[in-house]
Design a protein around this ligand. Structure first.
Ligand SMILES: [Zn+2]
Length: 59
């Protein structure tokens, strides 16, 4: 497998995680999730993974 090293301009950003407390739209459980996202997530990790799986099968 060929590979090459690409020098990308130094772009260092410090991203803080945030802990969101929300109710999962799928299982309606109160969950806490630590995420880098700047918007509140809709699904807990479990349901998020489930959705991915379902999507995969549908396609
Ligand atoms: Zn859920």
């Amino acid at each position: 497998m060929a590979s090459k090293q690409v020098n990308v301009k130094a772009h260092i950003r410090v991203i803080h995680t945030r802990v969101y407390k929300f109710v999962c739209k799928s299982c309606e459980k109160k969950v806490e999730r630590e995420t880098y996202a700047t918007i509140c997530p809709l699904y807990c990790d479990k349901c998020k993974n489930k959705r991915h799986t379902v999507k995969h099968y549908v396609n």
